[in-house]
Design a protein around this ligand. Structure first.
Ligand code: NAD
Length: 425
């Protein structure tokens, strides 16, 4: 990475460069992590605007760690290749070397990666998800002072836990008119009690599986998060009234988890009861109700536990409430393994202009610091970003948002924006 001066960044140079003075984050037997004072943290720049927002994120995270720990802690950033840059340098979109280092490093952060259309290429994001079983997509949504489409956006402060491996993500599809759809239809009609009226000859069929094991590990992760962070209300969503075997089962399994010894007494499920200190309340909300509630009463929920497809809808609506995906961080988290990433895409239309908003990736960096237990450094980023927005400084997209609501703001480039944030630490 030539665009920033930092002696703790190790760009890919013909191969991955692992600094001798660094140590990998350790995965403990109970799937928690132990973080050394000089951890090796891999980064993947990403395609499109990735090469611009990644250095901005590194600048901000580096400064936050320095200010919070006075030099006693330091990240060693190691570049791994994936996507277009990997193809250009190695001929492969996801080199084996990248997978090997990700396995060893446990945590990592990445910019957006595109999937070339029509070349038969597989999505690198889904290969990574499968390789490291990042089974929960975690998206905190909170307001930091940016322009938003709703009044009182401070009412939005919640975390969506979206299941990442099950449901339509693992589903199979049979396209209308194919031999496969015909055979599945016949099987359903002849052997499974399906009715002709629902399955005319021209149907397409999508099968969405949901598993007890996958649901329960995801729910446990969300409940642990809620308890550790003193959250009050956890909503489990789904269309359990319509899809009883899958989304209904998901909700039932979630409530079974609340009865497990780890949670019993700490997760309360009586709809009439109010949670006391050290307790969270778990409620069931039908997905369409939740979408409406998010707009009308977003303050009612602190954590939302969702399946894959419902989680997709809910996390995008929640992000829109506070100004869009450009302001929302995300983490893909499994048993210890975690990959943090920006929520928006590669934004090729503005790539190379140095006007991309680096906040989503920078806040993902802060989320990674929290996951590492470096909460003081994460806090430095949150308060500096709040100050920068309060001072009405932003990349052109942020400035345009302010201007739309009649507020003047100063436009700066991606890297200048990172420096404006740093100035306020
Ligand atoms: P996109 O997010 O790349 O772009 C949508 C619009 O938002 C564009 O006008 C873009 O300029 C703008 N935008 C996005 N991020 C911005 C930022 N940080 N600052 C300012 N403006 C920003 O969405 P898309 O066009 O649907 O997707 C493009 C590619 O990205 C696709 O190949 C898609 O698969 C990929 N993608 C990757 C990820 C990921 O890696 N996690 C996520 C979403 C999309």
């Amino acid at each position: 990475m030539k665009v920033i001066e930092a002696d703790n960044v190790y760009p890919w140079e013909g191969k991955v460069r692992i600094p001798e003075e660094g140590e990998f984050v350790k995965l403990n037997e109970d799937k928690t992590i132990s973080v050394p004072d000089t951890p090796i943290v891999p980064y993947i720049e990403g395609d499109g605007i990735g090469a611009e927002i990644t250095p901005a994120m590194i600048l901000v995270v580096n400064k936050a760690v320095e200010v919070a720990y006075n030099g006693s802690k330091r990240i060693l950033w190691v570049e791994l290749l994936a996507g277009d840059k990997a193809e250009e340098k190695t001929g492969e979109r996801l080199p084996q070397e990248t997978l090997e280092v990700l396995k060893e490093s446990i945590i990592a952060i990445k910019g957006p990666l595109g999937t070339p259309v029509g070349k038969g290429a597989k999505s690198i994001n889904s290969i990574l998800r499968r390789s490291f079983d990042y089974y929960s997509a975690v998206r905190p949504v909170y307001w930091m002072g940016q322009p938003t489409p709703i009044p009182e956006p401070e009412r939005v402060d919640l975390v969506v836990f979206r299941e990442n491996t099950d449901d339509v993500y693992a589903g199979v599809e049979f396209f209308p008119g194919t031999e496969e759809a015909k055979r599945v239809r016949e099987f359903l009609l002849k052997e499974m009690g399906a009715k002709e009226e629902g399955f005319p000859e021209d149907v397409g069929i999508t099968v969405k599986p949901m598993s007890e094991f996958k649901t329960k590990r995801h729910v446990r992760k969300a409940l642990r998060y809620a308890l550790e962070n003193n959250k009050k209300t956890v909503a489990v969503i789904g269309k359990g009234n319509i899809m009883k075997a899958t989304e209904g089962a998901f909700i039932n399994w979630a409530f079974e988890v609340a009865e497990e010894p780890e949670f019993k007494g700490r997760v309360i499920t009586d709809p009439e009861a109010e949670p006391e200190e050290g307790q969270v309340k778990m409620v069931k909300v039908i997905t369409d109700q939740m979408l409406m509630q998010l707009v009308l009463r977003p303050e009612a929920y602190d954590v939302i536990i969702a399946q894959n497809l419902n989680g997709d809808y809910v996390s995008d609506l929640a992000a829109a409430l506070i100004g869009g995906p450009g302001f929302v961080p995300s983490g893909n988290i499994g048993d210890g393994y975690a990959l943090f990433e920006s929520t928006h895409g590669t934004a090729w239309d503005i790539a190379g202009k140095w006007i991309a908003n680096p906040l989503s990736l920078t806040l993902s960096g802060a989320m990674m610091l929290e996951y590492m237990g470096w909460k003081e450094a994460a806090e430095k980023i949150y308060s500096a970003v709040r100050r920068t927005l309060a001072d009405r400084v932003g990349t052109p997209d942020i400035v345009a948002g302010f201007q739309k609501i009649g507020i003047d703001a100063k436009a700066v480039s991606t890297l200048e924006y990172a420096r404006e944030i740093i100035k306020r630490m």
